[in-house]
Design a protein around this ligand. Structure first.
Ligand code: SF4
Length: 323
């Protein structure tokens, strides 16, 4: 059973096939935290089967945007596990990871909460279940709608925490299949249409409520209203860099400095002595760690609201758009 699970998790023949086709001698492995414990066994197996040397990245990895660039420069191929492709760099091979959990119970629980025309989205971990989800909806007399996203999105119907471009317009409700609050909250704020979040791991579904997050964000913005000195953070992870945006915000802010950071955390912001920050890096950082930062940290959207360039009714989560 354990072997079956491991085999399902990692496509070892695909990995060894790519190594031998590219005649690669030095290999990088990069895993999100939840898969790291599998890394040593996989590295040993791949070394034994190919004779190549494997180096495992020990740094944190939060998404496909988060490539270990220093490791990438040392290896012939970098296998990045658990996320779908963002970068076109062909030295990186994205090895997606799919959860083998049933979605039927969760989608059935969602049915009473859904409208007639339902926009369906999920994360890459459940994307292989999208047809099953659409069939359940169709069998229940609903009209599922699945859309393509921009270049940052690999599959129709896929969402990232920073990109809702595959969320379809013109529907009367959304069904998000997955766990966590961030994606469905972003959909709800962006589209003002009811969002039902169905969690395949619990089999439960709920209407997404954004009141708490809105209160939190308006409180952070209120604290930043009197800020005179601003720090505009430029994320140094390759898939999070938005220097042009950071420069534009700096011009708007007036008294502002650009600050480059790779791992953004409260203690990294302690010593700059500015009144407020704007993060142009991963949109989740300002939200997930709110309350822990030494000064308000806004998203670019919120900064525009504070500066009067956007209506106070127009709160949305920040997105990193592709082409
Ligand atoms: S920028 Fe943030 S939300 Fe987007 S892929 Fe990276 S970690 Fe995920």
């Amino acid at each position: 059973m354990l072997f079956y699970f491991y085999f399902r998790m990692f496509d070892v023949p695909k990995i060894t096939g790519i190594i031998s086709a590219r005649n690669a001698k030095t290999i990088g492995f990069q895993f999100p935290e939840g898969l790291k414990r599998q890394a040593p066994a996989l590295a040993k197996e791949v070394e034994a089967k190919t004779g190549a040397l494997v180096i495992i990245s020990g740094d944190p990895c939060y998404g496909a945007c988060d490539i270990d660039d220093a490791l990438l420069d040392m290896v012939d191929v970098l296998f990045h596990f658990g996320h779908s492709r963002i970068s076109d760099d062909d030295r990186i091979v994205f090895m997606e990871y799919y959860h083998d959990v049933d979605v039927d119970r969760a989608v059935a629980s969602a049915l009473p909460l859904l409208g007639q025309k339902v926009g369906v989205v999920t994360t890459v971990q459940h994307i292989h279940k999208l047809d099953d989800i659409a069939k359940i909806l169709t069998d229940a007399g609903r009209e599922p709608v699945i859309s393509k996203g921009d270049s940052r999105i690999t599959y129709p119907g896929q969402v990232l925490g920073c990109n809702f471009s595959a969320v379809p317009a013109g529907v009367d409700s959304f069904l998000f299949v997955g766990s966590g609050n961030f994606h469905p909250m972003g959909m709800r704020l962006a589209h003002k249409v009811p969002v039902v979040a169905a969690d395949p791991f619990t089999g439960e579904a709920r209407l997404v409520d954004v009141e708490k997050i809105m209160k939190q964000r308006y409180a952070v913005m209120a604290k930043a209203m009197d800020a005179k000195k601003w720090g505009i953070i430029v994320g140094m992870k390759s898939g999070q860099q938005r220097l042009a945006l950071a420069k534009r915000l700096k011009d708007i802010a007036g008294d502002a400095v650009l600050i480059s950071i790779k791992e953004i955390s409260p203690d990294r912001l302690l010593n700059f002595k500015v009144d407020a920050y704007v993060s142009t890096a991963c949109p989740r950082i300002a939200i997930d760690d709110a309350g822990r930062f030494p000064a308000p940290v806004l998203t670019p959207v919120e900064f525009e609201m504070v500066k009067g360039l956007r209506s106070w009714e127009d709160l949305a989560l920040d997105e990193i758009a592709g082409d």
